[in-house]
Design a protein around this ligand. Structure first.
Ligand code: AMP
Ligand code: ZN
Length: 481
């Protein structure tokens, strides 16, 4: 089955056909850097990271661009509040973005352009729009003339007359039509500004993304993404500006993630109902947070709660335990692996096909995670059988096949590194594992010395803690129940 993507522009699932395969160009609207990002923002970054990883796994060469909006009303306002220069504030939160994104296993984009580095490109676009009659100048401001662009409203499925009802004109605006939006804003006293043909000023938010995406990915890119709140007006305006200059669509596929909610309402900075990633990572491991963010289809709402995060943490624990125990048994039986059996190869292929089918269906990570759990159950059965019969090399090969499969599928979701790599928390886990190994060996020594009461004491005390010992002809291993 080939990849299908739900395209906001057509409101249906379409076969994915990039412009120049195997290259896929992707642009995701990045953060406005005036604060730490919250779990809602993280949903967008994680979802897009998984899409990028999956496309690479499917054989595409992805060029991925995600910008930083580093000049904007919110940045200027926050800088005025903190007394910090606006550009230092932006720089500080760009660093914080990378730190948090790295912690969640979000790979860095190929390019992270900053709006302030693309002012000349924005000016060139605005000049062309003015020349095409799609924009006009009013006392140093430049506005996009919405009614002059035929397709306005087509991305978001809105009608201009309905829009006009809701449109508001700010006091200091001087527009021909309330629907028109700013491309360039004349400088206000004390605000950062750049020279332009219309006097000093700064860019509007929407033109920033048009300029950065076209500069790095050309006039038409393959996948443009963002949260559903960006469909209107941000993406509608980006479309109008870019197409108004090039005459071509800005993107072939528009992809929007649903909201992360909290008590059923959208998590947002303005409502104050948010948790920053730092706050969440202080309570839960990164693997659990990432798994939680992928536990619903990306277009559906997902509700944040401690209970949901605890569930995610338990799920991650089950995967980790299954894989690590199986690897331990494989080392112990040391059966000298035989070539995989036909049955083993087929079962791995079936799980992989089911995972692919889920991801090919508009990146259904919820179903894909379900497939990983089916593979984990199969692994648990096989490794228990292997622990009982360490000489069965065919079985050992099947266990190894499943372990490798599960690790490979986890890495497409960006979870493998987070679950298995040793961070600070897993260093503790490693120490704990080593101590358990030591107790198991101590019990073995006690038995060798015929001190059976001591050996049984160790076994029973470990059982009380939920650690079960399994004796095999080749040695003893411990398993967490
Ligand atoms: P911002 O920095 O506000 O532009 O947000 C960065 C990204 O996070 C954008 O793609 C937003 O659409 C997205 N976003 C913001 N809030 C949420 C939320 N509650 N759930 C999902 N995505 C969100
Ligand atoms: Zn944008």
């Amino acid at each position: 089955m080939s990849l299908k993507i739900y395209n906001t522009a057509t409101r249906r699932k379409e076969d994915f056909a990039p412009q120049n395969p195997p290259v896929v160009t992707m642009y995701n609207c990045g953060p406005t850097v005036y604060d730490y990002f919250h779990v809602g923002n993280a949903r967008n970054f994680v979802v897009v990271d998984v899409i990028r990883r999956f496309l690479e796994y499917a054989g595409y060469r992805v060029k991925f661009v995600q910008n930083f909006t580093d000049i904007d009303d919110k940045i200027i306002r926050r800088a005025a509040e903190t007394g910090e220069p606006w550009n230092e504030l932006a720089e500080r939160f760009i660093e914080a973005y990378f730190e948090n994104a790295d912690a969640l296993g979000i790979r860095r984009a190929d390019v992270h352009p900053r709006a302030t580095e693309h002012i000349p490109h924005m000016l060139a676009l605005v000049e062309k729009l003015v020349a095409h009659g799609l924009a006009y100048v009013r006392r140093g401001d430049v506005y996009f003339r919405v009614r002059a662009f035929r397709d306005y409203g087509s991305l978001s499925g809105r009608n201009l007359d309905d829009l006009k009802e809701g449109a508001r004109v700010e006091v200091d605006e001087d527009k021909e039509d309330p629907l028109d939006f700013a491309l360039w804003k004349a400088a206000k006293p004390g605000e950062p500004s750049w020279p332009s043909p219309w006097g000093p000023g700064r860019p509007g938010w929407h033109i920033e993304c048009s300029a950065m995406s076209m500069e790095h990915l050309g006039e038409t890119l393959d996948i443009h993404s963002g949260g559903a709140d960006l469909i209107f007006p941000h993406h509608e305006n980006e479309c109008a500006q870019s197409c108004g200059v090039s005459g071509k669509p800005l993107a072939r596929y528009w992809l929007h993630n649903g909201f992360l909610t909290i008590n059923e309402s959208k998590m947002s900075k303005s409502l104050g109902n948010f948790f920053t990633i730092n706050e969440v990572l202080a309570k839960f491991p990164a693997a659990a947070v990432r798994y939680f963010l992928l536990s619903a289809h990306y277009r559906h709402p997902l509700d944040y709660s401690d209970a949901a995060l605890e569930e995610a943490q338990a799920a991650i624990g089950r995967i980790r335990e299954a894989v690590l125990t199986a690897e331990k048994i494989l080392r112990l039986v040391d059966a000298g692996l035989a070539p995989p059996t036909a049955h083993g190869v087929e079962s791995v292929a079936q799980f992989e096909a089911a995972f692919l089918e889920a991801m090919n269906d508009d990146f259904n990570t919820q179903r894909a995670a379900g497939v990983i759990f089916e593979a984990v159950s199969a692994l648990n059965e096989k490794r228990i059988a292997l622990a009982q019969n360490g000489k069965d090399t065919g079985l050992a090969a099947e266990v190894l096949g499943l372990v490798n499969l599960i690790r490979r599928l986890l890495s497409i979701l960006g979870l493998e590194e987070l679950i298995f790599e040793s961070g600070e928390a897993s260093e503790d886990a490693l120490l704990c594992d080593n101590l358990l190994d030591l107790l198991v060996r101590t019990r073995g020594r006690a038995r060798d010395l015929k001190q059976f009461a001591l050996a049984d004491f160790i076994r029973d005390e470990l059982a009380q803690m939920g650690i079960r010992l399994q004796d095999h002809p080749s040695g003893t291993i411990w398993i967490r129940d």
